[in-house]
Design a protein around this ligand. Structure first.
Ligand code: DGL
Length: 258
């Protein structure tokens, strides 16, 4: 099946580029358009209705640009809005959710930690997933302030280190052996997290699983890019510096008010 249109992705900011990286690695011939809605970050403190409205705005921009498939590169938007988006728009959606399943299946201590936004941890979708793992102890922690620091380019700041230490220490004490990163911004914190956690604790994020699912949907429902040409455009409605930095200045970043 052939379809030369781009894949669309959106997030409340730069975090979804961690998902974009995984998709680009698996599907290097696909074109893409990425929306960083940094102006409205963090989504994690907004109401469900606000998250649905912001997600609709993003989807409509991506559809105007003929995206063939939309990846909601944000756990908060997925867990609060994917059902509504699927009802409203006739395009395949791929969402990301905290990877509880592999952590729960492999945990030897029967105790796993999850770091995510308030919006994700409070969502019905996430709590339905949790219900399936009643025999596992799940230590939940809201990552208050982490997204804001990442959006401000303060990934390696002392403040970030203090927050991470505060959030992870109780998980270490609870004897977790898996830490699930339930927010697409958090993979950028893996080096700092590894400095805090003992090496026996595995860190899991959703990037590779989402990339595999994207490939599956292209193969069976949508079609792959067959043209020699491919492009990647990143739009941000905030200062482009931090987005350029995480992309290592390799791609076109356009500031646009959306
Ligand atoms: N990157 C986001 C997520 O995966 C959203 C963070 C936020 O805006 O609060 O949940």
């Amino acid at each position: 099946m052939i379809n030369n249109n781009p894949i669309g992705l959106f997030d409340s900011g730069i975090g979804g580029t961690s998902i974009w990286n995984a998709i680009h690695q698996l599907l290097p011939n696909e074109s893409s358009i990425y929306l960083a809605d940094s102006k409205n970050a963090p989504y994690g403190l907004k109401s469900k209705a606000e998250i649905v409205a912001l997600s609709r705005k993003n989807v409509e921009i991506l559809l105007e640009q003929n995206c063939k498939l939309i990846v909601i590169a944000c756990n908060t938007a997925t867990t609060n809005a994917i059902k509504e988006l699927r009802e409203l728009y006739n395009v395949p959606f791929i969402g990301i959710e905290p990877a509880i399943k592999p952590a729960a299946l492999h945990s030897k201590t029967q105790t796993i930690g999850i770091l995510a936004t308030k919006g994700t941890l409070n969502s019905d979708l996430f709590n339905k997933t949790l219900d399936k793992y009643q025999d596992i102890k799940i230590v939940e922690q809201v990552g208050h302030g982490l997204v804001q620091l990442i959006e401000n380019g303060a990934i390696n700041s002392a403040e970030m280190h203090i927050l991470l230490h505060t959030y992870l220490q109780p998980m270490i004490e609870a004897n977790i052996d898996y830490l699930v990163l339930g927010c697409s911004h958090y993979p950028y914190l893996i080096p700092q997290i590894k400095n805090i956690l003992p090496p026996t604790i595995q860190i899991i994020d959703s990037g590779e699983a989402v990339a595999r699912q994207t490939k599956h949907v292209l193969e069976h429902e949508v079609g792959f890019n067959a043209s020699e040409e491919h492009f990647h455009t990143f739009y941000t409605n905030s200062d482009s510096k931090v987005l350029n930095d995480v992309l290592k200045q390799r791609y076109e970043v356009i500031e646009l008010d959306f």
